[in-house]
Ligand binder design. Sequence first.
Ligand code: UTP
Length: 227
Amino acid sequence: MAVVISLGGSMINGTGSVDRAFLREFREIVLKSKEKMGIVTGGGKVAREYASAAREFCGNNYVADEVAIAATKLNAALAASLLRGAAHPGVFHDFTKAAAALGKHDVVVMGGTIPGITTDTDAVLLAEAIGAERLVNLSNVDGIYDSDPKKNPSAKMFSRMSHAQLAKMAQESDQRMPGTNFVFDSVACKLAARCGMELHFVGGKNLKELGNAIKGKRHSGTVVSTE
Ligand code: UTP
């Protein structure tokens, strides 16, 4: 069995420095799971800040995306260092090559790939390429809510929902700009629906939840499946 983890950049470096304690705990859970694993890292604040500066400098979103992708790859290189020994030592830029490397290694790590998408989409593509059973999204958002919990204190979290429901919510807030999209990119939602990939959204604060999500066991976040 194989699992992909989409690891939000906010979990790696949410405050301007690398969260070493979190990453060490994350490594323990990944290694303990004994699953073949693809890990795709987001760019977080660094990607947003650098992309925003690049956009101001040259007014070109393609170039800004390339700058942001570099930030996702920086985080991927860090994740590869964290998992050295279990993971292929390099960062993959190609899904087919990453999938092939899982034959020899337990873990492969990727960042972003091409402008215009986000690492959510990369994670779904990697999951499909390696024939993963599920994809776990680990971020500072603990699940999918019916409205933005930061703005609406009575927002309710879904414990289960369908791909169609998720895709509709993502589509409504998709602006194709860094940091402005819904919890999961709308293209990623559609690709997950297309291949019926089970999605698990869990908050990164409680890493026990990650262990459960990797195994497809109950957890406190949201499970998205084809209903
Ligand atoms: P993230 O996946 O971290 O994007 O990639 P995000 O969803 O905007 O960030 P969070 O989850 O809110 O923190 C960062 C940025 O890198 C570029 C996009 O500009 C994206 O917004 N990117 C990433 C690409 O252009 N292509 C990729 O394959 C990946």
